[in-house]
Design a protein around this ligand. Structure first.
Ligand code: FE
Length: 186
């Protein structure tokens, strides 16, 4: 099974599970976040990152991903899988999307008050608000702006019954992004 087929299989087998403490499923959440990225005119790699940013949750029950998934580091689990199949424009914003929340809480005092209760709770488990040094270190990474954009779509992607394109709509983008990375590596 190639990686695009694996992505479809993961969403089809586990995508209907609830997105932690929110009133949308994992799959609905992913599709909304990707849709907001597309609406914002993001580059294709970032739209794919938005679609796959929580794939670590879907992978969590499988093979060697179990450890990362269960200790809550779903962004690491997702990143480890994605970097095998996609370029850094997809994998890096995914790795950084949890830290982007910690960063945004540091730089924008209104940001925290806009987060959902579940997201505030997970912030504590994820290490809390960044201090000045941590914020600088985050900001200096090449994909920090992409990770921040993804994060803001992530926070919005919790709307019950929102009509957005389905997973099939993203298949050509997934194929192109996976192909362009594998051909660059050959
Ligand atoms: Fe998310």
């Amino acid at each position: 099974m190639n990686c695009v087929e694996q992505i479809f299989a993961l969403f089809n087998s586990r995508g209907d599970t609830e997105y932690f403490g929110e009133s949308v499923s994992q799959k609905e959440h992913a599709l909304q976040v990707a849709h907001f990225g597309a609406q914002a005119g993001a580059a294709e790699a970032l739209i794919v990152a938005a679609l796959l940013h929580d794939i670590g949750h879907l992978l969590a029950c499988t093979e060697d991903m179990a450890e990362n998934g269960m200790n809550g580091r779903h962004e690491e689990a997702g990143y480890v899988w994605l970097r095998e199949h996609f370029g850094p424009g997809v994998a890096e914003p995914v790795r950084m999307h949890v830290d982007a929340k910690r960063y945004l809480c540091h730089v924008d005092s209104t940001y925290l008050s806009g987060l959902s209760p579940a997201s505030v709770l997970s912030l504590q488990l994820q290490g809390g608000v960044f201090d000045e040094n941590e914020a600088h270190r985050f900001h200096d990474q090449p994909y920090a702006p992409d990770a921040v954009r993804l994060r803001l779509w992530d926070d919005k992607g919790k709307v019950p019954n929102l009509e957005v394109p389905d997973l099939e709509y993203y298949r050509p983008m997934l194929v192109r992004q996976a192909d362009c990375w594998s051909s660059r590596r050959d």
